[in-house]
Design a protein around this ligand. Structure first.
Ligand SMILES: NC(=O)c1ccc[n+]([C@@H]2O[C@H](COP(=O)([O-])OP(=O)(O)OC[C@H]3O[C@@H](n4cnc5c(N)ncnc54)[C@H](OP(=O)(O)O)[C@@H]3O)[C@@H](O)[C@H]2O)c1
Length: 313
């Protein structure tokens, strides 16, 4: 049996359940490719799964490898894995139900990959897929936003938020965003039209008649977000529980909850934006794969600017 290094957890718990160890190297099926992972990224879903917060809703076979972003080079291809060939540089959002990319190799379906941005290294490329596709789909597929419309993006300095602000500006939207005082200047640099310091300002006092709110905080933030919307507007939730239908009706608006999906055409468009210098992911920290537990502890602070990346090669 060929082995590889990976980070797995054998039981749910705190960050120290993550173990850097030798595991069997996956064998790609005929419609799959084997990717040599150069980098992967940490998303909040990773530590939520590890801590057992999703048990009952999504159960994982233990031991399990996290990591639903990948940037790397194709090592080998199954017979039906066109158009890929060994040596192609790719990035993607592997299926969250299977072992992920906290590993030297990952087997993924051919459709879960796109060509990596040429002008970004693997560290920056690995930061993009899950957060970027979620931001893109929330703004343009679910909210259906178009040039000139207004969107409020919560947690605008975070992994999803900082990409959502850049995509919104690229498409000609007016974008407001919430963050703490320390991130106000950063939001301006991203192009945010109305940075809102949640430590000093209630966002509903300064944002009114918006077509959409991208809501990733839940609780009190969600409750106060309804009044930001104009009639017929939409609150797009990125975390559960789903928004209550009565709340949407009471404000004559719509709501949705989404789970970002792999979409090769969208990821290719995002890669082209990066290559054109119109979009760049922010990297808060890079850890070697073996230090995944440290990376999780940083993500669990919920105050990361941009993304945390695990470098494998
Ligand atoms: N549905 C999906 O498909 C999907 C996909 C990706 C993520 N998510 C979920 O969406 C949420 C955000 O994900 P992420 O990757 O962007 O997380 P993240 O990178 O960990 O977000 C960190 C950011 O949250 C900001 N923040 C913390 N408290 C805030 C508050 N009260 N108001 C406004 N901003 C605040 C922080 O800014 P300050 O430091 O300035 O406070 C920080 O920049 C997570 O719960 C994640 O699980 C869902």
């Amino acid at each position: 049996m060929t082995t590889m290094k990976a980070v797995r957890f054998h039981s749910y718990g705190a960050s120290d359940v993550l173990v850097y160890e030798d595991v069997p190297r996956p064998e790609p099926a005929s419609d799959e490719v084997l990717v040599k992972v150069h980098a992967t990224s940490v998303n909040p879903i990773d530590w939520k799964v590890r801590a057992g917060h999703l048990r009952g809703f999504r159960d994982y076979p233990l031991p399990f490898i996290l990591g639903w972003d990948v940037s790397g080079v194709i090592e080998s291809v199954g017979a039906g894995a066109a158009p890929w060939k060994a040596g192609d540089e790719v990035f993607g959002r592997p299926d969250a139900a299977r072992n992920g990319a906290y590993a030297e190799y990952i087997a993924v379906k051919a459709a879960e990959l796109a060509r990596k941005p040429k002008k970004l290294d693997h560290v920056h490329s690995a930061a993009i897929p899950l957060a970027g596709l979620t931001a893109w789909q929330a703004l343009f597929d679910t909210a259906g936003l178009q040039s000139g419309q207004k969107v409020l993006i919560h947690a605008a300095a975070g992994g999803v938020g900082h990409m959502a602000i850049q995509f919104a500006k690229f498409k000609g939207l007016y974008a407001a965003g919430t963050a703490s005082g320390r991130n106000q200047e950063y939001l301006k640099q991203l192009g945010c039209d109305l940075p809102i310091n949640y430590e000093t300002t209630r966002f509903e006092d300064v944002a009114r008649d918006y077509e959409a709110v991208i809501e990733s905080m839940g609780g009190e933030v969600r409750k106060r977000s309804w009044q930001v919307l104009k009639k017929g507007g939409i609150l797009v939730a990125l975390i559960g529980p789903p928004p209550a239908e009565e709340d949407a009706q009471a404000h004559a608006v719509r709501s949705a909850i989404i789970w970002g999906q792999m979409n090769a055409a969208q990821l290719t468009e995002i890669a082209q934006l990066a290559d054109a210098g119109k979009f760049r992911p922010e990297i808060a920290a890079v850890f070697p794969l073996r230090d995944a537990a440290k990376a999780h502890r940083m993500s669990e602070t919920e105050h990361v600017r941009g993304k945390i990346v695990l470098q494998v090669v």
